[in-house]
Each structure stands twice: as C-alpha cells, then as structure tokens.
Ligand binder design. Structure first.
Ligand SMILES: [Zn+2]
Length: 139
C-alpha cells in the first residue's frame, strides 16, 4: 500500500498525474512514506529556477519520512529500474543537499523527458557545489 502525504498545514497542489502515480510507485516499491513539500508553483522562490518544472505544474519536492535525503536519493538510484522502468527515464531527480541554494535540503522530481534534464543530479552537497548542478547518472 502506498503512503503519500502532503506536508501538514500546507495547501500544495500537484496537477501532474504521472508524478502522483510515480510517488505511489516509489512508496510501494521502497516501503517508505513520501511527504510532498512543494508542487505546482506560480512564482519563483529565492534560489529557485525561472525555468523550473514547478512553474509548468510538472514537479514535486519530497522527503521520505524519517530518512535523510541522501539515503532516499541513494534508494531511488539503486531501485531505478523498478521505479522508473527500462530504457529512457522520463524524469529528472535532483538531490538538493545541505548547502543548496534553494530553500532547504530536499529531493526534487520533475516530469521531464528532455535528455538534457532527465536522470539523477545533485546540487549543494558541499559548500563548493552550492548552485552547481552535477548529473551523477544518465537517464
Ligand atoms: Zn523542486
């Protein structure tokens, strides 16, 4: 049974049905509770991208409840075939680390099959990589 919840006290909207289905699959296959902390946006927060998939209604920010984001990111990578399927991965998964230029550490998932974006990325794992996006695994 999947367990996906929205951050308490928030008014988050996620309009992308493929993303919601993906979060169910993540929760199911990894046995974790997924907490959504951001979804559709109509403005750019401090440190955010002006071309963000959030603005297009195609992205979520998440945590796994009770688990560090680094471990969650590792689990997503290790289980990528079960979660994202064979072949091209039509999603962009970013671990924004402790030194992120965004508003706090989290996992970002964008529904974006663009080969320049898809795959696994990190940003802000250390002070030197703040604001620098590094692709650590191709789609
Ligand atoms: Zn995001």
């Amino acid at each position: 049974m999947s367990d996906v919840k929205y951050k308490a006290g928030s008014a988050i909207v996620v309009s992308d049905k493929d993303l919601l289905a993906l979060l169910d699959k993540i929760s199911d296959s990894l046995g974790v509770t997924v907490e959504i902390t951001s979804g559709d946006r109509n403005s750019v927060p401090g440190g955010g991208s002006r071309t963000s998939d959030h603005l297009a209604g195609r992205a979520v920010d998440i945590h796994f409840v009770g688990m560090p984001d680094a471990r969650a990111f590792g689990m997503l990578r290790q289980n990528r075939k079960a979660i994202f399927g064979e072949g091209t991965m039509g999603f962009q998964v970013i671990h924004h680390g402790p030194h992120t230029q965004t508003q706090g550490e989290h996992i970002h998932i964008g529904d974006n099959a663009d080969r320049n974006k898809a795959g696994f990325w990190t940003e802000g794992l250390g002070a030197a990589s703040r604001g620098h996006y590094l692709r650590v695994e191709m789609p």
